[in-house]
Design a binder for this molecule. Sequence first.
Ligand code: NAD
Ligand code: ISE
Length: 339
Amino acid sequence: MTVRVGVIGTGMIGQDHIRRLTDVIAGARVSAVTDLDADRAAEVAARVGATAHPDGAELIASPEVDAVLVTSWGPTHAEHVLNAIAAGRPVFCEKPLATTAEDCLRIVEAERAHGRRLVQVGFMRRFDAGYRQMKEVLASGSLGTPLMVHCAHRNPTVPDSYTSRMAAQDTAVHEIDVLRWLLDDEIVSAQVITPRATSKRFAHLKDPQIMLFETANGVRVDLEVFVNCQYGYDIRCETVGEEGLVRLPDPAAVGVRTAGLHSTAVPQDWKARFVDAFDTEFREWIATVENGTEPTGPSAWDGYAATVITDAAVASLDSDGAVVTVDMKPRPACYGGAA
Ligand code: NAD
Ligand code: ISE
């Protein structure tokens, strides 16, 4: 069976995933697209042999769509995901699941009422080979109990539209998700402090920011978010346990020696850094749709947790670095909790 995917939002990442579903992933094709920019949707539709629809609701209702991919702007995600659940369609939603905790909970409740998982959230780091190896090492117990995690998330530059809050909501949200999964632990508090600001930023922006998280088991995480670091897209993660540490590898790149220097290229954006993770993420998601099984990647609950934790980080930023307790509802049993 070829899974027919309908894509809502044909912007930057939407087009990258459309390329992936068309040229890289076996067993899938893009059958329908929609975008607020109808010309863009029509151009993409013509390129991949899909039908252009006027809006998300019509696309989801189309008999030519087996599964839905939401790659529109964050504040529109909840509406499309809720419509997909109401139609009983598997839905892959790029992060964030929704921009408010209330909307995330509405999605969780709708999925619970439907009776089986339909939603997967696009936290692609869980599919990265390096993070997966780190998780295996931690799960093996060879490092003893994890105590601390040191992370950095650096982008070369960001546009004027990027705000200080987005450091948590848009950027650190990836660490927030991957650390909950890596440590199999929950984040219970957040604090954001701001060192001296780089001169290479738009004036409204607090950059860099240092985020400190504590987990239910007492693990302490420090995360540098620096989105105008200039030199490249650099993701670092080191977990220190009682008997050793495990560190995320740099992406494989040749070493070049010339003119008295030994150099290795640094990726310049998330597309290049996580290309293999995105491919694996979609390969595994399409396989579950094809087999009619529940998705195995980040759930609606994980999307809710990430939003609640980023809310705590934003509250800390807004209150000059106060430690803010994460206000999370008890996890329902269908998402692996006790409630
Ligand atoms: P973009 O602005 O390039 O594209 C978004 C597109 O969605 C635009 O073409 C816009 O016209 C369209 N759109 C907006 N609302 C719509 C609606 N209701 N119906 C139909 N079309 C609509 O943005 P982008 O960079 O592609 O980001 C899209 C989403 O992907 C965001 O949620 C972002 O956080 C996420 N993202 C994830 C990663 C990652 O690393 N996983 C990286 C970049 C972006
Ligand atoms: C972007 O939306 C992403 O998701 C990237 O992975 C992240 O590095 C970047 O900071 C965000 O703006």
